[in-house]
Design a protein around this ligand. Sequence first.
Ligand code: COI
Length: 355
Amino acid sequence: YLKPANCYRLFSSRGQSNEHYANIDWDNLGFDHVSTDYMYTAKCYQTGEFSQGSIDPLGGIQIFPSAGVINYGQGVFEGLKAYRKENERDILLFRPYENALRMKKGAERMCMPSPSIEQFIKAVKQVAMANRRWIPPPEKGALYIRPLLLGTGSLLGLAPAPEYTFLAYVCPVGNYFKEGSTGLNLYVEDNIHRSTLGGAGDVKTISNYAPVLKAQINAKNRGFSDVLFLDSANKSFIEEASASNIFIANGNVISTPSLKRGTILPGITRKTIIQLSRSLDYKVEERDISVEELSKAEQVFCTGTAVVVAPVRTVTYKDQRFEYRNSTVSNELHRILIGIQTGVLQDTMDWTVPI
Ligand code: COI
């Protein structure tokens, strides 16, 4: 691979490493944008076939002001992580096939062609390895990989764009929330909704995210970590937070809102946590969860690629505040999930993919 300048060797407690790392503060990674070295780009013109794709220095992309994506929001994205194993040399991706499949489904909903599963996975591997020096040392975080599929061709009337760009860039990341393991304080929003029946709430379209900002900023201004959205039809069932799915736990039973209305993002971490919990002999339910149930829940937690598994400390709904002092379930699931993702625990489900 391409050899970037400005590297330094990291001397770890495990002895001298041969790995070159970017010169950043690895002990204080959050979830902020950092410019890395390379990006992946492929184009799809009228044929519906994507070009082979190339790795090039990270930089701006040129699109016309009339591009479909910036006029009408025709775009989907993904998020997945690459982790460095304890030996610092081997790199693991987590369930990239699931992201490739979800992008395909999202593209279909948004009337876009999509790269093949093979091209998606190859792109993700290539962009991760080209930016290898940005993959955090063990236990310091992960390389977040952001594939994007955009309608970049020009048009004026509302229609699918005539050309598409599939690209991927990366960023080293740590905790998504500053509150990290101490617990999130969620505010239940009963006025603004993330998604509606028949809408596109169950696909990762870029146009699902900006409408959430108003509620998120209002909540943050009032000291909350994030917003918890209710279903728009009944205003009574919890759906998800602005960037993660939600779970509750009571004794041996773990519950999460069901996907049946098509209004909730089918998170890959959500699916993983359901499978992992079942393998640990929890009873897992996917069902409607009324907001009132939060007053009786023993534990609440959020899941997502960026968020991983984050305990919730309080939920505020109208003038009520529910508190959760216990986070044993999310702590256990977090430990096991990260253990599998980093190769510390055995991956019996074949979720990790070495690069
Ligand atoms: C992810 O968790 O990967 C997401 O795409 C959420 C995003 C808002 C950071």
